[in-house]
Design a protein around this ligand. Structure first.
Ligand code: AMP
Ligand code: MG
Length: 399
């Protein structure tokens, strides 16, 4: 049996070289950029008017002028006008080029315009106000996105602004998620009284999908020969196999033996944690095999504690550790194990409070509706008092 930290370290020692692939930028959400992106022009590409109003030469204000005759109108999308008389002004709209001969914009709110005469209500405080200067944000050729950047809407805007239709992102391993168990039927089948639907492979597939990773689903009955035959096929086809169930001590938990018979090396079997103690991890020369306990909450926790960080690390991403404040005291019956406590998160004055959710055994998937995260109480803790801070594993997808 290994500790949680040991299990995590052993898994992270087995990284794969992610391939790369091109994706359209509007399908690149949550993917990880595998190339640098450079500005194809200055950001912004010209001195850009930042407010609707009038453009003037600040010198005139310094000389005491307060009224300006309106010479013309500079619209966004129009080529650049020139101010002919530097005691005059040009009306300008947000996003327009700043007219030649002007350097400062006064907002409409600070000026009255009557019959082509603009009169200042409020004097501009400095030359250049309300102008977004050329190259202020980035220069042409500057790297604006680095490999390893997770693409979210802000990055998509940058890709679009430099005219990229596609970008290169890291690929994922060919992944299979495999349920095991004679009691399981597929979700479109009607379960008999002694059967249940195989829900947790769908949860795992969905969790992978939030990272942009697709996976095939399979099922194996509790029959060692059949298991070996099918697993042999999967080992030819996939880089990563995530199995659910069949790794505990029951009479029909054949997964470790079947994998062993196929030459899979056991890296660890059993982790001192609750839930998820029976977890298995093995390797061949090229593949990784995660054997998660079948209890829905166990497989869920194990995915977020081990598989997700492992996948991200392959692409060079090590998320900052997150923490939560235990909001109510708890007493843990088995201090020899690390505990993943089901918690509801509440932000109280900027503090991330973690309220333990009652119930929530390893098989109680319904309970997860109420839960936002797991609070990781390390091994060695019996009673824990409110206000203690522990590592947190949030799993809700942000929408
Ligand atoms: P096992 O780890 O195979 O002993 O399974 C432990 C418990 O998890 C059993 O009650 C199983 O019925 C349940 N279980 C196993 N696999 C799944 C699955 N894919 N979906 C939902 N429950 C499962
Ligand atoms: Mg089973």
């Amino acid at each position: 049996m290994v500790s949680v930290d040991e299990a995590s370290r052993l898994i992270q020692e087995h990284l794969f070289r992610p391939g790369i692939e091109k994706v359209k930028i509007d399908e690149a959400e949550a993917r990880v950029l595998a190339e640098s992106v450079k500005a194809d022009r200055d950001f912004p590409p010209f001195d850009r008017v930042a407010m609707d109003g009038i453009a003037i030469n600040f010198q005139a204000v310094e000389e005491g002028w307060e009224g300006f005759r309106v010479e013309g109108l500079q619209q966004a999308g129009q080529s650049r006008l020139t101010l002919k008389d530097d005691k005059n002004c040009i009306e300008v709209m947000t996003g327009a080029m700043l007219p030649i001969g002007t350097d400062t914009v006064v907002r409409y709110e600070d000026v009255t315009v009557v019959n082509d005469m603009a009169k200042l209500k409020v004097k501009p405080t400095a030359r250049g106000v309300n102008v977004h200067h050329r190259a202020q944000d980035a220069k042409r050729g500057d790297v604006i996105l680095l490999p390893g950047t997770v693409l979210s809407p802000g990055e998509t805007a940058l890709l679009a602004s430099v005219g990229w239709l596609e970008c290169t992102v890291y690929g994922y391993p060919r992944t299979a998620i495999v349920s095991t168990g004679n009691e399981l039927v597929d979700i479109h089948d009607r379960p008999l009284p002694h059967q249940i639907r195989r829900s947790n492979i769908y949860a795992l597939k969905s969790a992978l999908h939030t990272l942009g990773c697709v996976a095939d689903l399979h099922h194996l009955p509790d029959d060692q020969n059949k298991m070996e035959r099918d697993l042999e096929k999967f080992l030819r086809k996939y880089d990563v196999i995530v199995l659910s169930g069949g790794v505990s001590k029951g009479k029909f938990d054949f997964v470790p033996a079947a994998l062993k018979a196929l030459g899979v090396k056991t890296v660890f079997h059993q982790v001192s944690q609750k839930p998820g103690k029976p977890m298995f991890f093995g390797t061949t020369e090229k593949q990784l095999i995660f054997g998660l306990p079948g209890n829905p909450v166990s497989s869920f926790v194990c995915f977020y504690r081990y598989i997700r960080p492992w996948l991200l690390k392959n692409m060079g991403i090590v998320p900052d550790p997150e923490f939560g404040v235990l909001a109510a005291p708890i007493d843990l019956k088995n201090p020899d194990l690390a505990h993943f406590l089901q918690v509801k998160l509440k932000n109280e004055n900027g503090r991330r409070m973690a309220y333990p959710v009652p119930g929530g055994g390893s098989g109680d998937f319904a309970n997860l509706r109420e839960v936002d995260a797991f609070l990781e109480i390390p091994q060695g803790h019996g009673p824990c008092s409110a206000e203690q801070v522990f590592p947190l594993i949030p799993f809700r997808t942000m929408i």
